[in-house]
Design a protein around this ligand. Structure first.
Ligand code: NAD
Length: 444
């Protein structure tokens, strides 16, 4: 098939490269000229394991193209909309980018083709988009048929290519037979049982329902972890035990310092907002958000507890991991940003610190863009060891393998103090305390 993908970010680029790999001709379009220039020069603007190889292979085979204009739409059998839908101040999703893509689709199509919404959009958006496209076609005085399909994306950054090539399920909201057949042929590589075709409003709802469900699980286990901290139970054991029940399962039950990222925080907000717009209070989802807002500050609280147990001043603090999760450079709503701001504001007056040393194997440049490079209290470290030298406290925020596998003996030798605050519960308390560390984790 001839496919255009509008929006060449995490979702658009992965989707484009994977559809090209499946034998289609794909044009990825973005309004960000710099991004398109980089891609045409073989530079991948984001970090996603395996993506560089996949893009380069399909570019060489002339199946994958990058452009900053919309002309490829006229030849497209399907046009995917994969632009961002960031949150607005009131929590609702900003649809300006999706709407402008719909206008371009209406202006440029020359034959019966489909507008497939991959961006995460509020329930009812597809109907609105349909009207926008119709309006453009009326302006052109053209009577071209088009399809509107909701096909939300469920990829996990860091595992995106594997998720695309081995999906649990492909959700598609279709309203015509033509649309259904189109979806079946687009995804013909996959078994029919993987494709769940439903109506458009339900498809749009499924996306928010899933992300909010996962956020609820995380917040629930974090609430329990905070209780375990008081009772003496071990949240890791509790999670394992609870997860063994097949009605519940073990995924998304790891306690930690809260969820971040480009999806959960914004999708939870958007679902609450959609509820409000329909006069329905989304009580459970609201509670998940409230819990997460509390949990995001837990590391600073833990640091404060640990500092009261030692008789040396906290001068140098090391933060290990800044991306919102491992295997990505994505810093959107990352917990590390909250922690760094908590430290810089230091309302509990733990300081004066000399330095906050920050290490991340991949996301350091993105971190600098957000936190800034000129703060004299902050030092960015390219090497893990360097970030630990003379440190009084290590705070683990993102569980990259390199951090999970660091030698605690070496850490002990390089540090000045002996506090480890483990925001992702990666270490075993007994092992770590046997090395004479003061260990603070989440609920164990
Ligand atoms: P992103 O910010 O990485 O990429 C969006 C891209 O769209 C940017 O490159 C931007 O320049 C481009 N763009 C904006 N307006 C445009 C226009 N009019 N024409 C062409 N290009 C335009 O966003 P993302 O993370 O890829 O997310 C895209 C959508 O997918 C969002 O709705 C998000 O909620 C959803 N989603 C994201 C993930 C994820 O893990 N990142 C997972 C599932 C769903």
């Amino acid at each position: 098939m001839n496919i255009s993908i509008i929006g060449t970010g995490y979702v658009g680029l992965v989707t484009g490269a994977c559809f090209a790999e499946m034998g289609n001709v794909v044009h990825c379009i973005d309004i960000n000229d710099e991004k398109i220039k980089q891609l045409n020069n073989g530079i991948i603007p984001i970090y996603e394991p395996g993506l560089e190889e996949l893009v380069s292979k399909n570019v060489q085979q002339e199946k994958l193209f990058f452009d900053n204009i919309y002309s490829s739409i006229e030849f497209a059998d399907v046009v995917f909309c994969a632009v961002g839908t960031p949150p607005q101040e009131d929590g609702s999703a900003n649809l300006q980018y999706v709407k402008s893509v719909a206008v371009e689709f209406g202006k440029n199509i020359k034959k019966h083709s489909a507008f497939i919404i991959k961006s995460t959009v509020p329930i009812g958006t597809a109907n609105m988009i349909k009207e926008i496209i119709k309006g453009e076609l009326i302006k052109r005085e053209e009577d071209i048929q088009f399809e509107i399909i909701s096909n939300p994306e469920f990829l996990k950054e860091g595992e995106a290519i594997n998720n695309f090539m081995n999906p649990d399920v492909i959700i598609a909201g279709c309203e015509t037979e033509y649309s259904k057949i189109l979806i079946q042929s687009l995804y013909k590589k996959f078994d029919d049982s993987k494709i769940f075709i439903t109506d458009i409003l339900s498809s749009e709802t499924i996306k928010y329902a899933e992300n909010s469900m996962l956020a609820i699980r995380i917040s629930y286990i974090n609430d329990l972890a905070n209780l375990c901290d008081k009772t003496g139970a071990n949240i890791d054991e509790v999670s394992r035990g609870v997860g063994l029940d097949s009605r519940i399962g073990s995924k998304f039950l790891r306690a930690g310092c809260g969820y971040g990222g480009s999806c959960f925080p914004k999708d939870v907000k958007a679902l609450i907002k959609t509820g409000e717009q329909h006069g329905v209070e989304m009580r459970v989802v609201k509670a998940a958000e409230e819990t997460n807002n509390f949990q995001k500050h837990i590391l600073y609280q833990k640091l404060y507890n640990a500092a009261s147990k030692v008789d040396y001043p906290i001068k140098n603090i090391t933060i290990l991991g800044t991306s919102f999760k491992p295997n990505t450079d994505d810093m959107r709503e990352a917990i590390s940003i909250v922690l760094i701001n908590d430290l810089l504001n230091d309302e509990k007056k733990l300081g004066p610190f000399n330095k906050i040393k920050i290490y991340d194997p991949i996301a350091l440049n993105e971190t600098k863009k957000i936190i800034g490079e000129s703060n004299e209290k902050i030092e960015y470290c390219e090497e893990l060891d360097k970030s630990i030298i003379d440190s009084d406290v290590i705070i683990i925020v993102t569980e990259w393998d390199v951090i999970k596998n660091m030698s605690l003996d070496v850490v002990k030798r390089l540090m000045n103090g002996n506090i480890i605050i483990d925001g992702r519960n990666i270490f075993n308390r007994k092992t770590i305390e046997s090395l004479d560390f003061i260990y603070e984790a989440i609920g164990k």
